[in-house]
Design a protein around this ligand. Structure first.
Ligand code: AMP
Length: 217
């Protein structure tokens, strides 16, 4: 059983690796960022409420985020595992998740952390282009789509995320170090944490992750 929490700073490769892991191991990919972006583009009340926060790179309210994840984890497809990408991001979320995990029988059994230095993150974020339809992620320097500006998977026009600009990125990185990085110790103490070098070429890192994941199946 794979109940995974995927961690790492913005641009470390969480989305890229989450995509293939979810497909290969047939577990739902639950990205809180994707959930918030979907709410924002639907124009729902929730979307309007969080748009300014997400666009400037700040964190959405803990209670709201935890409630959203709880609802998603309760769905049937999470019974046999899941891959959480971008949650938890604060100690309050991690503690609520711990309690909820026990209560609804959805505790994680593995926390993966992708490490990456700030200068590499900044470069990656500047070149990142994403598919608004299927969520695939590309980079105009290192991971180009076959046809410029077009998603290889679904043919949609690629976009640049509004929060992938230098000032939002600075806030996201600051929030990461202040609120999210301390969670690594929290999970290390629980013996759940495995760390990987996010600067490695995606194909090599994939092989290393597959080797580890084979022992959890
Ligand atoms: P991501 O796609 O993971 O980079 O998330 C994009 C944005 O969504 C973040 O910068 C936050 O504004 C918001 N967000 C995603 N996950 C969380 C979370 N667990 N807690 C608070 N805000 C979040």
């Amino acid at each position: 059983m794979l109940a995974i929490v995927l961690m790492g700073p913005p641009g470390a490769g969480k989305g890229t690796h989450a995509k293939w892991m979810a497909e290969e191991y047939q577990i739902p990919h639950i990205s809180t960022g994707d959930m918030f972006r979907a709410a924002m583009s639907s124009g729902s009340e929730l979307g309007l409420k969080i748009k300014a926060i997400v666009d400037r790179g700040d964190l959405v309210d803990d209670d709201l985020t935890v409630a959203l994840v709880r609802e998603r984890l309760l769905q049937d497809d999470c019974k046999n595992g899941y891959l959480l990408d971008g949650f938890p991001r604060t100690l309050a979320q991690a503690e609520a998740f711990q309690e909820m995990g026990r209560e609804i029988d959805r505790a994680p059994n593995l926390v993966l952390n992708l490490t990456c230095p700030d200068d590499v993150l900044l470069k990656r974020i500047g070149g990142r282009r994403v598919c608004p339809t299927c969520g695939a992620s590309y980079n105009i320097h290192t991971m180009k789509p076959q046809k410029e500006g077009i998603c290889d998977r679904c043919g949609s026009q690629l976009i640049q995320r509004k929060d992938d600009n230098p000032s939002s990125f600075e806030i996201r990185l600051r929030n990461y170090y202040a609120s999210t990085e301390p969670l690594l110790d929290y999970y290390r103490r629980q013996g759940l944490l495995k760390e990987f070098d996010g600067t490695e070429a995606a194909n090599n890192l994939k092989i290393e992750l597959e080797t580890l994941l084979a022992s959890y199946r």
